[in-house]
Design a protein around this ligand. Structure first.
Ligand SMILES: [Zn+2]
Ligand SMILES: [Zn+2]
Length: 365
């Protein structure tokens, strides 16, 4: 038996995530379907599966760390004695859910992944959202057995009622088990299929949940509702509901950390003389004072109108970027007045022009 750490190319201190990602990568690479005509691919694939089987189970991993391969050999001292559980349940669950019409249910333990759309304001200030979805639950009528109540349930002949079939891998000094595919691991097969679930043992149930969206949540964050997923077997806990948060873009606002940034147009008269303008915030409009001689692009700060901080109390600020708008159309009178203004301001350079001219001089002498 090869060292499972070596098989997965990992050190002894590998984390759960390391193991998962190494396994996924290697299993995809060495999958027999992808390596047809290479007889050693099946062996490598089996080795990879076995290594993952041991390292991804904390009990088996610690048994391996303590006793080495002896933990898994006949008469070995490891938990589970001489038998390695060779996966397979995930696939069977995936198949059942797939047959039931649930999308994306393959290869997990009844977990459901969904997106949770929230508005910009909800993400910034927090909200309670209603999530409506369908999940598989064990059929209440047959309690998941798939057999019509009151009818006979027969022992599965393929596995002799054990629910698992054992087979010997020639290369490994240990027996390997996988769930029985005939009875889907139940060990028994109903004689008459349950009428309310057609013998599947499952039913689709609509669920409505309240989910708290904490203030300051970011686009792409996930919320996990424990046991909110499918319940595939009456004797097992349901999977989880995993919600991927999608924050809708806002027509005015964007986020910069805990600050909210927006751009507000003002007239050049307001910019020159100052004034009061209406500014949208996360909670309605406010009046904002624009000081005289406000320059294009200048940023005015409105304290405490941003996103709620996550780790301390209080909120970020709202940053209002000023866009000075030059009139697009001029009446003859307006034109005359601006010309008059131009004459009044004369040849005197404004502060920005002054500094520009100085830099220009420095550059070209
Ligand atoms: Zn049923
Ligand atoms: Zn069976």
């Amino acid at each position: 038996m090869r060292d499972p750490y070596e098989v997965l190319g990992l050190g002894r201190d590998a984390s759960e995530a390391d193991i998962k990602s190494a396994f996924r990568r290697l299993a995809a690479q060495h999958h027999p379907d992808k390596n047809q005509g290479d007889p050693s691919a099946q062996t490598r694939f089996t080795e990879i599966n076995l290594a993952n089987q041991i390292l991804s189970d904390p009990d088996k991993r610690s048994a391996y760390d303590r006793y080495g391969p002896a933990a898994f050999q006949a008469g070995g001292r490891g938990p589970g004695g001489d038998v390695v559980d060779f996966g397979g349940f995930d696939d069977i669950f995936g198949d059942i859910l797939g047959a039931f019409g649930f999308r994306g249910a393959g290869g997990d333990r009844g977990d459901i992944r969904m997106t949770l759309g929230v508005t910009f304001e909800e993400a910034a200030l927090g909200a309670s959202k209603e999530v409506r979805y369908e999940r598989a639950d064990t059929c209440g009528s047959c309690r998941g057995s798939g057999g019509e109540p009151g009818t006979r349930i027969e022992t599965c002949s393929a596995c002799g009622g054990r629910g698992r079939v054992r087979f010997q891998q020639a290369l490994f000094p240990l027996a390997v088990e996988r769930p029985c595919s005939r009875c889907k691991g139940a060990g028994s097969i109903p004689n008459t299929p349950c009428r309310s679930c057609s013998g599947k043992g499952l039913r689709a149930v609509e669920r409505v949940l309240k989910v708290d969206v904490p203030a300051g949540i970011e686009h792409g964050a996930t919320r996990v509702v424990d046991q909110g997923g499918h319940r595939i077997r009456a004797d097992k806990a349901p999977g989880n509901l995993e919600l991927l948060v999608e924050v809708a873009p806002h027509p005015f606002f964007r986020r910069a950390g805990d600050d909210v940034v927006c751009r507000v147009p003002i007239t050049f008269v307001q910019a020159a003389l100052g004034g009061e303008i209406d500014v949208p915030t996360l909670e309605g409009k406010i009046k904002l004072r624009v000081p005289p001689s406000t320059q294009p692009g200048q940023v005015l700060r409105v304290r405490g109108k941003g996103v709620e901080h996550r780790l301390r109390s209080g909120r970020g600020d709202q940053l209002v970027e000023v866009a000075v708008e030059i009139p697009a159309k001029l009446t003859p009178r307006a034109r005359e007045l601006i010309e008059q203004l131009g004459r009044e301001l004369g040849e005197d350079l404004q502060p920005q022009q002054q500094s520009f001219m100085e830099k220009l001089k420095g550059l070209f002498g």
